[in-house]
Design a protein around this ligand. Structure first.
Ligand code: ADP
Ligand code: ZN
Ligand code: ZN
Length: 801
């Protein structure tokens, strides 16, 4: 560590972000760089700075020869600029990190330090520790590099002939004949060769070098589909998609290319081919896949094409593995990164392509601060670096479809390429809708309809495989009429009402409307639409379905359950899939985690136990998610030679989502969904921010949420006087959030209590160009924090529960 001489003059200036996660510290500060530190200072390095009466760590985000040339800090008087104390760690981040972090901090109402930290090596930065006497000490990074020793033949070594009795030496020379080998590998092959190595090193036959060891981030897999054989010929759709990407790359146009291809249409092959070209030009590529589908299978397909130059990032890595993957990218050892959303922040040196697979997936939105959306951050980085962003999906988000329809968004070109066919003429599966209302009317009380039962028996007889989906993601209890399929819905918000068993009420957790209700089997229960008394609560666990399944399946059929409980252990997910892969005849029963990315050619039947759980979540994106889920899970059927069948059980056979999936016609759903969102003013027609306030004291928490909402109402009224009052049942004001901001709530969240905290929220809907982040950030600063009350501001929120 170099300590500066306080008397020295500044040779240049640095903008520094102080590493204290607080919203108040979003601004960088200017510091002088003493002469003796000027050679070592670089963007992204960690520095020790005087801050008020203490010292702190910070990150350098800009360097300039003169104070007034420094970006991010303005109007600083030279007299107030203090010198940096020391440089404590070198840089290890991408060159664009500061600008991107600053953009994120503004866009998502998050502290700058928090956003910057995403771009720093995980666990690899120094920390500041306060000693008992009040002074500070810089602690080295918590995670250390691993080293390994590599043995190789020297140039002269080839000519060496070992003595006849030197077995060890001959073993060693044989092992090295094909190239360098690590001492660890040698010791695994033959027990201790260290004496032979020492002897031959002295003779100049072998040399031993110490080097950085990369801890591998993934274990191998026996799955047959984890390999991507280069197809002999690309489909017309694949060629078109590749051309669009190549054109954008050549023109440095920063275009967004949406590859809109049905499952199995070969999107992954498009990514692989595009990346091949990027690598041939010396560039790097970043591929994001949803955490849930970041399986050995997915990684295997990239490794089989790009070998060791693939780095992998996911949340299950150890700190050491994570740091090594990071450094593989930083040093150029890896030029393709495959990972969950955080892979976007890797220290790329020459990033030329970003790919986001399953673009519509909710997991691209981070659920804790900073609450960024990877698609938006990627689009921003692509704009800055003038590189293409490729989005892939069989069920693109309304946001992506809307922007492609417009042709551009924020000055960036958005274009859609369709891939409607599967290569090799693989046929789409037959989809059968089982109307549970009819089954009910016919007296059936089984959770399997006749058609699903028959199909399952067929699979058992023919010795094939089936996948059975029982989705309960984000489940909130609701009521449904078993005779007509009616689900009570809020008339102001067009989302399903949540049933509260304790108070016998139906509640809307967007606007706060409450209705009393008496569900079946209470006397007087009645469906609001058809009058049937079978208006009952919906709720069936995976375990219950498993029991029922085991009861009907013949004993030679393996039943494998995959849900949050059965996949808790490390690698359990992979093991269950391998078990399914290896089985002769089996049914894989699971939650939404089985719907994504699996490619088992022998699956001939896919069943959906009840599609209505997904359709009736109290969220304006419920239909979109349900469509995605059903389409994805249906895509698991008939991937091989034998044709597939999909059975969807539902009480709502006329729902546009069900009709679209059954008829293989997405437009039936998209047209309906977009019209409904426009009508009710939801994204992509407006922006939506969700503010959640939680605390132990119910009254204080509610009061704080109310004060916050009131401030926001006042602030948005500045721009336009038209805004809606807290919505009361039956009297909805018709202001248009597409033209002026609207505040809804506060009201209690769908999840009213969590970990003994009471949760309240309010929403802001506003026109697309409106700076909702700035308004919310300013109101929050004005309101100030309150002890025991937590706040999250979620711009472009996805989780509304
Ligand atoms: P998607 O990602 O769109 O669901 P995949 O990339 O997984 O589709 O492709 C589905 C299957 O089709 C894979 O087994 C893949 O190897 C194969 N495939 C992809 N492109 C071609 C092609 N041009 N010709 C033949 N087979 C292909
Ligand atoms: Zn409502
Ligand atoms: Zn009814």
């Amino acid at each position: 560590m170099q300590l500066s001489d306080m008397g020295a003059s500044n040779s240049c200036f640095a903008a520094v972000v102080v590493d204290i996660p607080s919203r108040a510290l979003s601004e960088p500060f200017a510091y002088g760089v003493p002469e003796q530190l000027a050679c070592d200072i670089e963007l992204g390095c960690s520095v020790l700075i005087p801050f008020g009466r203490r010292v702190a760590l910070g990150y350098v985000i800009d360097i300039a020869p003169e104070l007034d040339e420094l970006s991010f800090v303005e109007g600083v008087s030279p007299a107030r600029v203090k010198p940096l104390r020391a440089i404590v760690a070198g840089s290890s981040c991408a060159s664009y990190f500061a600008e991107a972090a600053l953009w994120m901090s503004g866009e998502y109402v998050a502290s700058l330090a928090e956003c910057l930290r995403l771009f720093l090596p995980p666990g690899g930065t120094p920390r500041l520790k306060r000693r008992a006497d009040g002074t500070y000490e810089v602690e080295p990074p918590a995670v250390a590099e691993a080293r390994e020793r590599v043995v190789s033949l020297t140039i002269d070594g080839n000519a060496y002939v070992p003595p006849a009795n030197a077995t060890r030496q001959r073993q060693l020379l044989a092992a090295l004949s094909c190239g360098p080998v690590t001492t660890r590998e040698l010791n695994l092959l033959y027990t201790d060769l260290s004496a032979a190595i020492r002897t031959l090193e002295k003779k100049g036959v072998v040399q031993v070098e110490e080097r950085r060891a990369w801890r591998r981030a993934d274990s191998g897999t026996s799955l047959s589909s984890a390999c991507a054989v280069q197809p002999r010929q690309l489909t017309a759709g694949q060629v078109e998609a590749l051309d669009a990407i190549e054109r954008a790359r050549r023109e440095r146009a920063a275009s967004v290319v949406l590859v809109d291809g049905v499952t199995g249409s070969g999107k992954t092959e498009v990514y692989l081919s595009a990346i091949e070209r990027v690598l041939a030009d010396g560039g790097e590529a970043c591929v994001l896949v949803p955490e849930i589908s970041l399986t050995a299978q997915t990684v295997g397909r990239f490794r089989s094409r790009f070998g060791e130059s693939v780095a992998v990032f996911h949340s299950r890595l150890s700190a050491g593995e994570r740091l090594d993957q990071w450094d593989m990218v930083r040093t150029g050892a890896a030029r393709v990164v495959v990972g969950a959303r955080s892979a976007l922040f890797c220290p790329f040196r020459n990033l030329k392509l970003i790919v986001i697979d399953e673009e519509h997936e909710q997991s691209y939105k981070q659920g804790s601060a900073p609450r960024y959306h990877a698609r938006e951050v990627a689009a921003h980085i692509a704009r800055r670096l003038r590189i293409p962003l490729v989005l892939g999906s069989a069920t693109p988000s309304a946001e992506a479809l809307g922007r492609c329809a417009e042709g551009s968004y924020l000055g960036q070109r958005w274009q859609r390429v369709e891939m409607p066919e599967r290569p090799g003429g693989a046929v789409l599966p037959r989809v059968v809708v089982a109307d549970l209302r009819r089954e009910f009317a016919a007296g059936s009380r089984s959770m399997f309809s006749q058609v699903l039962y028959d199909e399952l028996m067929g699979v058992a007889e023919r010795g094939e495989k089936a996948v059975l989906l029982h989705n309960r993601r984000g489940f909130a209890p609701f009521l449904m009429c078993r005779e007509c399929g009616c689900v009570p819905t809020c008339k102001h918000c067009s989302t399903a009402l949540t049933y509260h068993e304790r108070t016998h009420t139906l509640e809307c957790h967007t606007c706060g409307a409450t209705y009393h209700v008496r569900p079946y089997p209470a006397v007087g229960s009645a469906c609001p639409k058809c009058g049937s008394r079978y208006l009952a609560k919906m709720g069936l666990g995976t375990q219950q379905v498993e029991d029922a399944l085991r009861a009907i399946m013949p004993p030679h059929v393996q039943v494998i359950r995959m849900d949050a409980d059965s996949t808790k252990a490390k690698d359990a997910h992979k093991q269950l899939l391998e078990q399914f892969d290896a089985a002769e005849c089996a049914v894989l029963l699971g939650t939404q985690m089985i719907a994504k990315g699996l490619d088992f050619p022998e699956v001939t039947l896919v069943g959906v136990v009840n599609a209505d759980y997904a359709l009736k979540m109290p969220d304006f994106r419920a239909q979109e998610r349900a469509y995605d889920l059903l389409e994805q899970v249906a895509g698991r059927a008939g991937r091989g030679e034998r044709p597939g069948t999909v059975v969807i059980q539902t009480y709502l056979p006329d729902n546009p989502v069900i009709r679209a999936v059954a008829g293989h016609d997405r437009s039936l759903f998209t047209a309906y969904d977009l019209a409904q969102r426009e009508e009710a003013s939801y994204p992509p027609y407006v922006r939506l921010a969700n503010v959640v306030v939680w605390g132990r004291d119910e009254r204080a928490t509610r009061a704080y949420a109310e004060r916050f909402a009131a401030l926001v109402r006042e602030a948005v009224a500045d721009v336009s006087l038209a805004f809606v009052d807290p919505v009361q049942e039956g009297e909805l004001s018709l202001a248009d959030p597409a033209r002026s901001p609207v505040v809804l709530g506060p009201t209690s969240c769908v999840v009213e209590r969590a970990k003994d905290r009471f949760r309240f929220h309010f929403m802001v809907k506003c026109p697309l160009g409106y700076h909702v982040s700035r308004v919310l950030g300013e109101c929050l600063r004005e309101l100030g924090s309150q002890s025991d009350i937590s706040v999250s501001v979620d711009v472009d929120a996805y989780d509304l529960m």
